[in-house]
Design a protein around this ligand. Structure first.
Ligand code: PMP
Length: 429
């Protein structure tokens, strides 16, 4: 495209040649960043971009205290989990203490995908069943096993024959009062089919924000009947906390708590190390010990001392600096601003959120799905040109996905709202 700088065009060509086409770039005019600080990313010319998209650096880009902990540990030793290391045990105890009492064991991983992969292994080993139930546009990761239970990947993967997908009440247009019953009925039908075919249900695996489905967070508790049905059938409830975990919802540390229901296994990732690759599976000891007695789990990098020191600093700051309270307050401010915008300007069909995770449905009265998708993409790119980063989600990719670092302040929220207002004006046909 004409407005891509020659410097960037040359890099894109080299990138495509060596990395291949599975690596996608975001935005029509891809961005090139050389530095990050708090809510901001900077390009080579020193232009600042407000990051309203990255949920990995929850405490802000390049948090000095997190980085100092990481560097200090890297300067002492980076060892694996087969040696005695008090910090590993200290952090494991601190992490487990943030969960309901029954979830009292933790195993470390390097990514969210590894966490889900391991959780599925544990579930299948514990109950001997094979079937997995997920939401219809779920994404759970990149390993062979979890890609096969990630319908969001579309035709790029062959889904597992033991996978059953269930519709969410929100996208199906079911009113909130009937949401729980609708979801439970979907899950019961899936279980019945799995049982009829002798597959059985190993697990219901869900992200309680349903981020890749388009951010369907309400009403809290609507998953309860479905979870009960899975347990009756011998399956486990795996809460994928990669998106909602570590305070994203503002009200709770863990997304499942917002629904008032404790899982058998919870899988963690993304913000756990504020950018350092570390994840975990936290679970009930009945399941975890059953797995430990039979399987051997060794992971070269997971739980290494540098990752643990980093994650420990993240947890300390999250608790000490009252990050959840901030996420709740800023989420409320952003929601109020969006409701106001929606009332004044055409283009916003609905706003959904929990804390600082927002789904904003885009489109005008009577627009076809393809036009709504195009309008959402236009808005995302207009925001990028204005120096604000977000993306899209949902089955039709016509929902804006907005998840700023949890440290964002009122001025950042207001800057985003102004940029969105301008972009909406420009995107209306
Ligand atoms: N689960 C969910 C809900 C996710 O959104 C993602 C990543 N987007 C993953 C799992 C996989 O995590 P990772 O990319 O760290 O493997």
């Amino acid at each position: 495209e004409a407005d891509i700088a020659p410097r960037d065009a040359a890099l894109i060509a080299r990138r495509d040649a060596v990395l291949g086409s599975s690596y996608r770039l975001q935005y029509r005019r891809p961005v090139h960043f050389v530095r990050g600080e708090g809510m901001w990313l900077y390009d080579p010319d020193g232009r600042a971009y407000l990051d309203f998209y990255n949920n990995v650096p929850s405490l802000g880009h390049c948090h000095p205290e997190v980085n100092a902990a990481m560097a200090a540990q890297a300067g002492r030793i980076s060892a694996n989990t087969r040696y005695l290391e008090p910090q590993l045990v200290d952090y494991a105890e601190r992490l487990v203490a943030t969960f309901p009492g029954e979830l009292d064991r933790v195993v470390f991983t390097c990514t969210g995908s590894e966490s889900n992969d391991l959780a599925l292994r544990i579930a299948r080993l514990v109950n001997g069943n094979e079937g997995v139930i997920v939401s219809s546009y779920a994404y759970h990761g990149t390993s062979a096993a979890v890609a096969m239970v990630s319908p969001n990947l579309g035709e790029a993967v062959q889904l597992s024959p033991s996978l059953r997908m269930v519709d969410l009440p929100g996208p199906a247009g079911v009113p909130e009062a009937q949401a729980a019953a609708f979801f439970e009925a979907q899950v019961r039908a899936a279980i019945k089919d799995l049982n009829r075919r002798g597959i059985g249900v190993a697990a219901l695996l869900i992200d309680s924000i349903f981020s890749s489905d388009g951010v369907w967070v309400d009403p809290p508790g609507f998953i309860a009947g479905a979870v009960a049905a899975v347990r009756e059938a011998g399956g486990l409830f795996i809460a994928d906390e990669v998106q909602p975990g570590f305070g994203r919802t503002g009200t709770h540390m863990w997304g499942f708590e917002r629904h008032g229901i404790a899982p058998d296994l919870a899988t963690l990732g993304k913000p756990m190390g504020n950018g350092f690759p570390i994840g975990a599976v936290v679970g009930r000891h009945a399941a975890m010990d059953r797995f430990g007695a039979t399987a051997r789990y060794s992971n070269t990098f997971a739980g290494n001392t540098v990752g643990i020191a980093t994650a420990d600093a993240v947890l300390t700051i999250l608790q000490r600096d009252r990050i959840l309270e901030n996420a709740l307050a800023m989420g409320a401010r952003l929601n109020a601003g969006l409701e106001q915008l929606a009332g004044r300007l055409a283009g916003i069909r609905a706003v959904r959120h929990a804390g600082l995770f927002f789904g904003i449905d885009i489109g005008l009265e009577g627009m076809a799905a393809a036009q709504r998708r195009a309008m959402a993409l236009t808005i995302v790119n207009a925001l990028r040109d204005d120096g604000v980063l977000i993306s899209t989600t949902g089955a039709n990719e016509d929902t804006l996905k907005v998840r700023p670092p949890l440290i964002c302040e009122a001025a950042h929220v207001d800057r985003f709202l102004q940029a969105l207002q301008d972009a909406l004006g420009a995107a209306a046909p």
